[in-house]
Design a binder for this molecule. Sequence first.
Ligand code: PLP
Length: 373
Amino acid sequence: MIYLDNAGTTKPFDEVIKLCNDMLSEYFFNPSATYPSAVKVAEMINLARATIAKELHCLPEEIYFTSCATEADNWALEYGRKLKNGNVVISAGEHAAIYEAAMRLKSKGVEIRIAALNKDGTVNIKDIERLVDKNTALVSIIHCSNETGVVNDISTISQMVKSKSNAVFHSDGVQAFCKIPVNINDLAVDLYSLSGHKIGAPKGIGALYVKRNRHINPLIVGGGQERGLRSGTENTAGIVAFAKAVEIFNKYCDREKMAQIRNYIITRFRNIGNVLINGEEGRNSYFIVSASVLGIKAEVLQNMLYQDGVIIGLGSACSAKSSENRVLSNLGRSKKEIEGNIRLSLSPTISMEEIAVAMEKIEKNINVLRGKI
Ligand code: PLP
């Protein structure tokens, strides 16, 4: 199988699986306990926190582990409740974890303002500027789109927002972390969400970066873990695996190779013809190619490719069950173009040879579906 749905989830790296096994069989102690074996596990968590902090260029104490990025995103959005009369600004390109959390705030009376997307898939900065005012309590803008791989200029956006308001600035960094260089200081964000299973760690581990001295209320209360902000016995295997995955992902991640692979895929789609690449013009992470293949139904192509040994995605997993695609329709794609939308998302270990084989099969099956074969 050639697996091209890595933005949905990744196969954990072998070394990560081994480490998880060790954590579960040997280092299973509760890190809050005081005997030496438990203290050792607490130290392992601290080392993992330091690794993730180093990758973001932040302090270890600014990292709070969560069960997933959906939790981190929901937690960040809770800020919207802080200012009674404040509004919350998000973009039309947000993942469902932000979008639905914002809709829930709306149902509780918070004013939600949604910034439009440009045709290239980036968020329209002028629209954010128009929407933000001195009553804006929180702004949340996705760093790298899970649909198109397009990267937003978070640094410019956050500075503009801060010049107009006292808003807390959050960015969902799930598809950016490790895939593009992320320096949290340059981004000038207050909150930033991460997920482990998008970079070779198991599912069930995420993190929220909270800038030092920013007050955030806990989403989950109880035993006071994570410096009192995120209670619940730590997912020790997940945390340690997350940090290991960062190290291994970085070892494999050759951005030049990824750019070449992405360009190759786009050229192959051009040669097939009648394929629109979504977000081609904007700056891209290189890990995602979103293509609207005209004249086919994406689910049918996905099934045929599965039989042929290639797994592809259909837009984001969270929106795959719905025939609508909010992000693509906001960047101007028609219903027909969305019906034929496939998403190829890459792992850093993929080779050009594997991609060439996958593209051969993709071309063959598109031609079959278009009645050419
Ligand atoms: N944000 C983005 C941009 C994502 O791509 C995803 C996963 O698809 C999430 C949030 C949710 O991550 P998790 O599965 O860790 O909850």
